[in-house]
Design a binder for this molecule. Structure first.
Ligand SMILES: Nc1ncnc2c1ncn2[C@@H]1O[C@H](COP(=O)(O)OP(=O)(O)OP(=O)(O)O)[C@@H](O)[C@H]1O
Ligand SMILES: [Mg+2]
Length: 264
């Protein structure tokens, strides 16, 4: 594609470093994400993937470097600063409230409320929350028995779907997912990946951290590898291979060898 025809960059990181005391988690990392693009982030355990995402979503402040959102420099003090711009993160541990139902989880912290006496009294509006949650799940083609089911009773895949529904309930522009498929059964993995494809169709950009080459090669447009907290390599999916990307994770370029599981 001609550079001019590519969609605009929504989120960009320039020269990000992050130190935790004597530990350098990230060193001079740069990357950019375009509208509707799905980028896969790979790297060995401890490579800095989660730390980079926490910087992008406002949970950590970078020690050095800057972030740009739609071309303007931004400084996030908290994740709500990032959320206000439409950057949502689905955490590795999901962070759903087990004892609440699906609708309540989707609107957690931003519940539809009915107010009386000029805002002096307000109630959580159950009926509106149910209706809006059902409608939103329908748009995402997520099927649940009822939005009043407790999240604690859902399967891993259903929970992941609810977490994604929560992340996209309010005009998300960028959704960051940290290993969303790691703990899922095969059938549920497919559903989560199809959800990502759906977000892309709606013009939402997705950053997907995954150790699974199947995930990366099924949904991503581009893959970027971190190694020991630094940029190591990146390519459009069509210009690379699983074997090469696995090489990047191990810190080698131009890796062409067969993989252990290819020989099974
Ligand atoms: N809060 C913290 N305090 C101190 N060190 C940290 C902190 N968070 C991360 N680190 C260190 O920063 C480095 C990068 O960690 P990070 O969690 O970003 O890796 P990762 O690529 O997400 O790994 P994994 O694939 O295991 O999830 C590691 O060496 C880790 O020990
Ligand atoms: Mg991680």
């Amino acid at each position: 594609m001609n550079e001019m025809d590519r969609p605009p960059v929504v989120l960009e990181a320039r020269g990000i470093s992050k130190y935790f005391g004597a530990v350098t988690a990230l060193e001079d990392v740069s990357f950019s994400l375009r509208k509707g693009e799905v980028i896969g982030i790979v790297g060995d355990n401890g490579a800095g993937k989660s730390t980079l995402m926490k910087v992008l979503s406002g949970l950590y402040r970078p020690s050095e470097g800057k972030l740009l959102f739609e071309g303007n420099e931004v400084n996030f003090s908290t994740p709500s600063d990032a959320r206000r711009l439409g950057i949502e993160m689905v955490y590795q541990d999901l962070a759903l409230a087990e004892n609440m139902n699906i609708a309540e989880n989707i609107f957690l912290g931003t519940e539809p409320r009915r107010t009386f006496l000029g805002g002096l009294i307000s109630f959580y509006d159950h009926r509106q929350a149910r209706a809006r949650a059902s409608e939103h799940l329908e748009t995402l083609k997520i099927h649940v028995k009822s939005v009043e089911q407790a999240v604690g009773d859902l399967s891993g895949g259903q929970r992941q779907a609810v977490a994604i529904a929560r992340a996209t309930a309010f005009d998300a522009k960028v959704v960051i997912m940290d290993e969303p498929t790691a703990a899922l059964a095969i059938r549920e993995v497919g559903k989560v990946l199809d959800l990502i494809k759906d977000l892309k169709k709606r013009g939402i950009s997705v950053i997907l951290i995954s150790h699974r080459m199947d995930d990366i090669f099924y949904v991503c447009d581009r893959v970027l590898a971190l190694f020991h907290g630094k940029n190591f390599a990146q390519a459009d999916l069509g210009d690379t291979s699983r074997s090469e990307v696995i090489g990047w994770i191990m810190g080698t370029l131009n890796h062409k060898g067969t993989l252990a599981h290819d020989r099974l």
